[in-house]
Each structure stands twice: as structure tokens, then as C-alpha cells.
Write a protein that binds this ligand. Sequence first.
Ligand SMILES: *Cc1c(COP(=O)(O)O)cnc(C)c1O
Length: 461
Amino acid sequence: MLRRSETLELIARFGRHAVTDAIRAVLAEIRSRAGATPAATDADEFAIAQRVAARLIEDARPSLRAVFNLTGTVLHTNLGRAALPPEAIDAVARAASGACNLEYDLERGIRGDRDHHLEAQLCRLTGAEAATVVNNNAAAVLLVLNTLAMRREVPVSRGELIEIGGSFRLPDIMARAGCRLREVGTTNRTHRRDFEDAIGPKTALVMKVHCSNYAIEGFTAAVAEAELVRLCRERAVPLVVDLGSGALVDLRLLGLPHEPTPMESLKDGADIVTFSGDKLLGGPQAGIIVGREALVARIKRNPLKRALRVDKMTIAALSAVLGLYFDPDRLAQRLPALRVLVKKTEEIRASAVRVCPLVAASLQGIASVQVIDCESQIGSGALPAQRIPSAALSIRPLAGGRGSGTALKRLALAFRNLPVPVIGRAEAGALVMDLRCLEEDDETAFAAQLGELERSARREK
Ligand SMILES: *Cc1c(COP(=O)(O)O)cnc(C)c1O
């Protein structure tokens, strides 16, 4: 087998070791299944070589792969949240491919501070006195609480005791941070006097958490941030605000619904604000902590900071993304997360109209395809109750009637089996593909693989 010309090509591509292993595995499969010895005819050997090639290609395919996110949820946590702009990708490549001054002060020739690369940018953008960055916002909350509130009490409104997907539950984080949660008020209504009663000698800080993935509506009351700041000042305890998404621009200026910003919280007088790097900010996964210099200095000195610190690639990407914010006029065009969110419905519908006949042609006799109106959501807990109008392909299996549920599942699987898997959402018996996140540059790549879809869908049938 190792001397065949097909095998020699495989060896050039995958290496002798991997090819030998794959041949042994294929031969073992044939022997165990048929109870027979593979014959040594040329046709048999050729067939074996084909199987070996298929196996090597399958094994070499990375587990982490690019997909088309057509779910309609723009910042989808399961699909990797924000896409980075080319400026950030270049910066990551430069930082990753060699040595860099990650913790080195080039001017003085001595050890430097990795936060240094981001702190000035974050302070200029948010108006904070100081800033530091950790692995994600969950880590930011953990680190802030552990530093400022260990073995002491933290009052939080009962309406804000959040759970975010992926097992971030505020009460559990508090327990792990070593502080005691003091629940305040009720689920739907919390008043100033509730906080007044809760704050005492054991209180370390007051925490306010942005209701990022739910909305409490109806008979409700919450204490405004500025009011909470006044109370905290009177009682000399800091106010920590976990914003979650934390947009760094006023989204209303881009025609989107308002999402609280760290600038607003700091202006209200919050002492520490935490938010994510890969939600509405549109950068890499990171947790950003901004606020008073004395408090940030204590946070940086916590030994846990070392365990939660970011790497050079994150710093490179985040710094490049923050750089784009200094040119607000072009920000929404240059930052993919915002570009996709501000995309005009007509533009998305035009894309749907272009792609629809291609998808329909590749699913002839299998499914019907039409362009429909739909609604996208921002995702990652930003503005949970708000939807943005969009356009989609609605792909309905022709099987109809009985078994249409399985037909739909098979169709969804066929799309997931494409070289670049396509992820939509099932809705009322159809596979809905919101085209908001299909950027115009990607349409060709999307269309080019549809031939595979036909083969795959028929096979699945
Ligand atoms: C998303 C979110 C978090 C967790 O942030 P990660 O960056 O995913 O770790 C914490 N708090 C709030 C309010 C959030 O919305």
C-alpha cells in the first residue's frame, strides 16, 4: 500500500506516520467487518487508498471551525460572539508570531506592566481614572468582589440576581469570591429605603447588575444609579456596576435602542464598572474593569489577577479595536459587530433575494425556499426585549405532513454538514436563515458550497 502512487501523495501531505496508521486502521476495519482478508488486486488497493484518504482528511479537519451564523442572534455566545476587524486580526498575528514588549518598558529598559497597553485607551474612552483587563467579564466580577468584599456583605437588589448562560450565576460567583450576598427588596420592586436598611458596618460595597438577558415589566421599581451613588457616598461604601454588554458608544446615534454605557455609569458616580470585551464592544473575549484609581490599584494587586490575566493576543486585538473608537464617524463601518447591527433591512432583503434562487436550485424537489421578513436580536444579553427588523430565507421541506419534523432536522443537518457549516433556526416547520450576518463579501463563498448541499440533502433523505 505504501508504494502506491495515491499513497505517496498522501504521505507528502500528511506524513508517513499518519498514513501508515490510517492504512492499518482501514485494513483492520475491513478484516473485522467481512471476516475476510482484503484481496491484493489493484482495484481493491485503490478502494482502500480512497478510504485512507477520506479518513486522513476527516482526521485533519480542525474541531474549531468557521461557520455561517444565520441564527439571527448577532452576538451569539455559542458561535463565538463578535467578529474582529482586520486591524485586530493583523495585530494578533504580529503579537503571536514573535517576541513583543508585553511586559517590557522600552523607554527604561526594565520590566513593564501588561495593562499599560490598554489602560490609557480605556481611560480616554470611558473617562475613568484607571483600568485593568482580565479574561472575561465573569472573571472581572469575581476579581472585583474578591478584592473589595472578601468576608463582607454585598447588598444586591433581588431583581438583579442574574443567571447568564454558561452557568454564570451571581449568587454563586459571590460565594466563590468569598463575600456574602445580602438580598435587597423584591423581584419586581426595590426602593432606596431597602438599601438604606441593608447597608451597615459589614457592608463592603453595593452592587448593581444590569438586567442583561431579561426584562422585568409591569408593577416595577428600581433605584436609579445616580440615587444609589448618593446613598453609597453618604454611607462611604463604593458602588460597583456590572454592565455586562457595556456598549462604548451611544447606540441611539446609530439608530439602535439604547444600551447603558460605562461612560454613563462613571458619570453617575459609580466607583467601579465591569463589562465584556466581546459583546457590544466588538472585540476579543475579555473582562474590562474601569473606575477609581485607588480601587483599581487594589484589584491589580490581588494574586487572583495573575490567574485571570489576558494574553498578548487579547491585548493586541483589544487595543486595535479600541483604536477604532477614536474615529467614531467610521466606527460602525469598520467594526464588524456594529456594521452587522446597523445594516439596513433593504440591504439584507437584497442579499436574501440574490441568494434565494441559488439555495432553491440546490434543494429542488427537497425543500421550497422563500424570502421572508424576520427580526434579529443583538444577543449576549444586550437589549433582550428589543428586536431589529431583518430579512431571511424560509426553507420548508417538501415532505410536509407526517414526518416533516424529521425532514426539517435532516435539512438542518445537511446545512451543518457543509464545508463551512450553516446554522439557522427552526421556526414553525421551516428552517429560517436570517441573512443579517451574511456579509456581502461572504455571499460567493456561501453560494459556492451549495452544490454540496444537494448531495448531502439527498444522502440524508
Ligand atoms: C455577559 C454578562 C456577564 C458575563 O460576561 P462574560 O464576558 O461572558 O464572562 C456578566 N454580567 C452580565 C450582566 C452580563 O451580561
